[in-house]
Design a protein around this ligand. Sequence first.
Ligand code: PEP
Ligand code: MN
Length: 338
Amino acid sequence: MIIVMSPDSTESQVETVIRKIKEAGLEVNISRGVERTVLGAIGDERRLDQELFESLPGVEQAMHIVKPYKIVAREWHKEDTVIDIKGVKLGGKQVQIIAGPCSVETPEQMDKAAQFVVDAGCKLMRGGAFKPRTSPYAFQGHGVEGLDMFRKAAGQHGLPIVTELMDVRMLDTFLEYDVDVIQIGTRNMQNFDLLKEVGKVNKPVILKRGMSATISEWLMAAEYIAAGGNHNIIFCERGVRSYETYYRNMLDVTAIPVLKKETHLPVIVDPSHAGGKAWMVPALSRAAIAAGADGLLVEMHPSPCEAWCDADQALNPQELKDLMGTLRGIAQAIGRDL
Ligand code: PEP
Ligand code: MN
């Protein structure tokens, strides 16, 4: 950490800061300029609290020089991490499209959806059994019964499943049903107790971006999972809240190259919850893959206008197939496969 003393700081204020750094077990490098004294703390600076130093009299500014996230940072792990989901590789050369309905509705709907996912050439399936709904009166998902429907339908088509965990008390049930990828939704990105628990299991986790989260907060949320021992984390950009009302959320395409620079973990994009309309999904998907996303999480329903949840944003099976064709061309143009 670098601590810049203000021009009018006194010698005793400088000494107090030096004492605080040494008390934390670090060494100090003192640089006395014409106007300012700058102190460099040498050692494990994560032990130093920036706010505490900035509150000390005579301190103008305190800055960390090392990133506060470690395990997820590319700084400490240069190669891309490839996550293996029952043999399906996410984060490597091949771009993966995860498709399926917003929510698990009926065994027939899930069976049809699984067939369409396979027909389109996708290798992973999504579907929500526990739904985070704005209204308590809206369909909340079938819960455990939904997990059962999903497991059976996807199993028959050899598809690994991705589904959202909202309540830490359901984690054992998710493991019993052998959920292949645990999704943490936007509303739970900073549910730290939930993050700590999924950090203890050996299952890939899709961590969606909080709807108003900065990239740094998002990386720190991932660090919570990683710190528990689970390094199988996939970031999912799903749009952020903005002043615009034309669409549901603003897809932050810029976050893709930023994350690819900051972390070695895979980055995917959910164009469905970003745009909120099916007609926007192809354009947002093309942008995401062109910008370097490792995959997509797309809503597709066998019959969108009958969907129980997010009907307006679901692609129909043919639209998903068409999208796959277009994305293949984009992936190849940037040296990837689909
Ligand atoms: C979802 O993927 O079904 C979902 C609810 O997404 P988000 O958490 O991004 O709103
Ligand atoms: Mn949805």
